[in-house]
Design a protein around this ligand. Sequence first.
Ligand SMILES: Cc1cc2nc3c(=O)[nH]c(=O)nc-3n(C[C@H](O)[C@H](O)[C@H](O)COP(=O)(O)O)c2cc1C
Length: 161
Amino acid sequence: MKTSIIYNSYSGNTRGVAEKVQAACGGTLVEVKSKQYSSKLAVYTLGCYRAMKEMSDPIEPERIDVTSDDVIVIGTPIWAGKATPAVNAAIASLQGCAGKKAIIFATCGKEGKDALAILRTALGARGVTVAGEFVFDKDGMKDPARIDAMIAAVKTAGGSP
Ligand SMILES: Cc1cc2nc3c(=O)[nH]c(=O)nc-3n(C[C@H](O)[C@H](O)[C@H](O)COP(=O)(O)O)c2cc1C
């Protein structure tokens, strides 16, 4: 099974979940970094504003080619109730994604379901079908059963036993 595990992470939580998926499923970790913010203050002010407005940041890498993947995994932190502007940009930057399946996840302090619904719509507009959605709050991130459920969904979507 080939997979790209695409994620943005400001303080490491989303990276931690992405790394667990990679350890269990293999695949390529693709960390998407925003070029928009020069300080923590900018993240909490401009970052939240841009997330709330569902904007896209300039990112590195600029393009993510998933042509050879069987399934795509996309993870976002929640900022102001939404996906980060870096993840919005990552979805816009996908190459060769039409017809693919995705598993999407969010890490958050409290609540991230609404953000995932927005990502599902954005991915649908790129021809990607979301086969599973997972939200990890502070407790969920530490719960192996919750992580295992997502790993099982990635394997199923990727056609792996
Ligand atoms: C700028 C900013 C805004 C946040 N806004 C929310 C929010 O609206 N709701 C929520 O549940 N958590 C919010 N959080 C908490 C993060 O979503 C949570 O800690 C997440 O796991 C961080 O992921 P990361 O460590 O990969 O960056 C916010 C964190 C930051 C830095």
